[in-house]
Every structure is written in structure tokens, then in C-alpha cells.
Design a protein around this ligand. Structure first.
Ligand SMILES: [Zn+2]
Ligand SMILES: [Zn+2]
Length: 81
């Protein structure tokens, strides 16, 4: 997108080149070093995967809940009545 402006990183007023960041900050952003990633990331330590559920990526969510490959939403309701 050709829209220009100044970098949205704190205390930076360089010209935007992409995603609202200047060249330097855009590189950092791509490297996952900027606080606002392109999507919310897993809160597990050193994990930058996309969030899946409950602030965790699919892998860590599965690990935390012991349901690998199964989501609560996809789980069939227990046959009752
Ligand atoms: Zn910048
Ligand atoms: Zn994770």
C-alpha cells in the first residue's frame, strides 16, 4: 500500500515502508521483535505461534489441556437423555 506516514513504533518518526513501520522497525516486526505482531501470539515462553485458544497456540493449548488434536468446540457433547 502506498500510504505514507511515520513509523508507529514508539519514539520513531521515520518514514513508513510497510505495515505502519519504518524499514528498521518493519524488520524487527517481521522478526517478531515488536510488541504488536501481525497476530496475537501464544503466551508460552519463547513461543511466537499464532494464538489458538486461551492465549495459547494450538500446540501449547493441547499440551496444557492434554487433548492433542481435539478442541472443546469439536468435541461431541456427551450423549445425554
Ligand atoms: Zn521505526
Ligand atoms: Zn505456543
Amino acid at each position: 500500500m502506498p500510504s505514507k506516514g511515520t513509523c508507529k513504533a514508539k519514539d520513531c518518526s521515520r518514514e513508513v515502508i510497510a505495515k505502519g513501520y519504518c524499514r528498521k522497525h518493519y524488520r524487527l516486526w517481521k522478526a517478531g521483535e515488536m510488541p504488536k505482531a501481525r497476530y496475537k501470539t501464544c503466551t508460552a515462553e519463547k513461543c511466537r505461534k499464532r494464538r489458538f485458544r486461551a492465549s495459547l497456540c494450538e500446540e501449547h493449548y493441547a499440551a496444557a489441556h492434554g487433548k492433542k488434536g481435539q478442541t472443546p468446540a469439536a468435541a461431541p457433547a456427551a450423549a445425554a437423555s
